[in-house]
Design a protein around this ligand. Structure first.
Ligand code: ATP
Length: 374
């Protein structure tokens, strides 16, 4: 992780000076940096980022131009900072107003991953397929009986085991639009706003039907309601229940929720007719890890002895996300090392050294099972 901090006053002064000089060479207006106190301008520009500092310089040149002067002065710079800062705060306030009025924009996606891209989860895929086929093929028969088909499922398992990947693959395999939200991001501090966002989300999923509506980190949104007090969860869970129950005529929306903590989810959401199928997505076994390794090395120029079987002898209990990380990191390092891309070959030593280094830096804990799941 390389952190890129906001520029401090000294760096802001430099940005102003650099931008002033380069702009002066492009235009007929001159700049005498020895006459400009860029330090104090930088101090006045405390609320502005590097991009806005460049706008300040543009604005100062514009003001000089409209005044028909031939040089950018201190007062041009000061006026420019004032104007850009004011515009910036108006934009922020506007954005906030807009966010509160129109809610979040729910991005839709057409994922291109399929079940073939998911390794080591055949049983899970079979169970998902059986839930979906009941919803898709037997909806009419169910309607006659008065029973309800399931509106969705809960994928429960440790982080990085492929829950999101599976949900995307379901959408792709069924040729449905994919809408995805994260539980924690849906929570809005404004009173009643989260509930409204949930309603809008289900509406959008219905508009986009046939669709898959995916809730990641579902426990962060649908936590257990406390019995003793009227918690915020009460009304959020009540809204989710209403939306799920109201989906009877919307068999074209499949809800998939994912969690690392099934125990934290309000049980009412998991009752029949709601998210009544809980499917556990486990850390892959040895065969599964080999399959996932093969999937992620499929397009890579690997040596003949780099195989899934070899890989599983080097590691213990890795999730799909961790295996992918090993492959990506090995490829990245090899690309940096090899000058001629045509000669690029990833051999066992490349993979071993990444496994080793990640082990040491604890970027991946190779020994322990992923935490956060009981
Ligand atoms: P979280 O609980 O943290 O949201 P998750 O279970 O949703 O994690 P994903 O986001 O689906 O995990 O996994 C991250 C990436 O790891 C995937 O995009 C994929 O590249 C890889 N991956 C994870 N599991 C598998 C798998 N079973 N087969 C192939 N690739 C996998």
């Amino acid at each position: 992780i390389i952190s890129v901090p906001e520029p401090d006053t000294a760096r802001k002064r430099e940005i102003l000076q650099e931008t002033l000089s380069s702009k002066a060479t492009d235009l007929d207006i001159s700049v005498d940096l020895s006459q400009l106190d860029c330090e104090s301008v930088a101090e006045d520009a405390s609320a502005l980022d590097a991009y806005r500092l460049q706008k300040v310089v543009d604005r100062a040149f514009m003001i000089a131009q409209t005044e028909a002067t031939t040089e950018v002065s201190q007062s041009h710079m000061e006026t420019a900072v004032e104007q850009v800062t004011e515009e910036q705060s108006e934009i922020t306030a506007d954005n906030e107003r807009h966010r509160r009025q129109s809610g979040s924009d729910f991005e839709t996606e057409s994922p291109d991953v399929s079940f073939n891209d998911v390794g080591g989860l055949e049983d899970v895929i079979n169970r998902i397929q059986s839930v979906v086929s009941i919803q898709e093929e037997y909806a009419d028969i169910y309607e006659q009986t008065g029973f309800e088909t399931s509106h969705g499922m809960l994928l429960a398992g440790p982080p990085g085991t492929g829950k999101t990947l599976l949900a995307k693959a379901v959408a792709n395999e069924l040729d449905r639009t994919f809408l995805s939200v994260k539980g924690a991001e849906m929570r809005n501090p404004w009173f009643g706003r989260t509930e409204q966002i949930i309603r809008e989300l289900f509406e959008k999923a219905d508009d986009e039907a046939p669709s898959v509506l995916f809730f990641d980190e579902f426990d962060a949104l649908a936590g257990k309601r406390s019995k003793s007090s009227r918690s915020v969860n009460q009304s959020i869970v009540a809204t989710l229940l209403t939306e799920l129950d109201g989906m009877e005529s919307q068999d074209d929306v499949l809800v998939i929720a994912a969690t690392n903590r099934k125990d934290a989810i309000d049980e009412a959401l998991l009752r029949p007719g709601r998210l009544d199928e809980t499917i556990t997505v486990p850390v892959p076994d040895e065969d599964g890890q080999a399959q996932i390794f093969d999937i992620h090395t499929d397009g890579l120029p690997t040596a003949d002895d780099v195989t899934g079987e070899w890989f599983t002898q080097q590691v213990t209990d890795l999730t799909g996300a961790q295996i992918r990380q090993v492959c990506e990191e090995t490829f990245r390092k090899a690309v940096q090392r090899e000058e001629n891309p045509e000669q690029l070959t990833l051999n066992t030593t490349d993979f071993s050294s990444v496994i080793e280094s990640l082990n040491h830096t604890s970027s991946i804990d190779m020994q322990e099972r992923p935490i956060g799941y009981e």
